[in-house]
Design a protein around this ligand. Sequence first.
Ligand SMILES: C[S@@+](CC[C@H](N)C(=O)[O-])C[C@H]1O[C@@H](n2cnc3c(N)ncnc32)[C@H](O)[C@@H]1O
Length: 238
Amino acid sequence: MSSEIFPGEVFANATDFDQGIRQLLPYYDEMLDAITRCVPSTSSRILELGCGTGELSLKLLKRCPDAEIIALDYSPRMLKLARKKIKDAGYDDRWMGVEADFGEWANYPEKYGLRSDFNACVSSLAIHHLQDEMKAKLYQTVRSVLIEHGCFWNADPVLPESPQLEEVYKLAREEWTVRNNINLVDVRIKMGSSDTHGYSSQDQLATLEAQIQMLKTAGFNTVAIPWKYYNIAVFGGF
Ligand SMILES: C[S@@+](CC[C@H](N)C(=O)[O-])C[C@H]1O[C@@H](n2cnc3c(N)ncnc32)[C@H](O)[C@@H]1O
């Protein structure tokens, strides 16, 4: 029987995440690189939501030499690994992990006392665990902590627009798995099972169009989709 984990942790042992996610998800590094490129290299303050084991944080710390990152995640297991990797890379003076639920933060930002002067907010593979109402609320709270012209970039799976496209996306992913000689049985055996924790549940996908609308309603301009691979998209705006 698989172990009970928080939504988004994916693997029963957090130590399996870095290798396992690269086998489950096509072009994981390219996706994180797309976010990283969209964040100005001159940024001094970056907020990350659902940092997991710190893979996106590491890329950003490298790209933005003056940036300090505040990284929220509700999983102590994922944060522990992130802390170690950031320390080993010599970035611990510019990175602070905070054990917190970003849904709770979206509803009650004043409880967390984060200054509203972030140049950028980023997230990958995490926000799709929130219900749509909370995604919209989160986008509004993100907007409220950014400086003028600050940006927000999110990478997430999105809801296929039709059953036909769902089939197209599924086949593309299967072909990628075969091309890369990945045995999904070996990967899936390491996965945990999760129900609900805090504000997150298993996949609560929304279409890209619906989320673009949420971003515009929250006050983002220049909304864009700089990267997309079938149903996985990097989207956001300034
Ligand atoms: C699939 S992992 C992605 C981690 C990392 N962003 C990456 O791309 O490698 C999703 C992460 O989001 C976190 N997460 C999910 N829902 C959350 C919530 N409501 N509040 C804080 N963290 C959350 C999980 O603990 C997990 O670390």
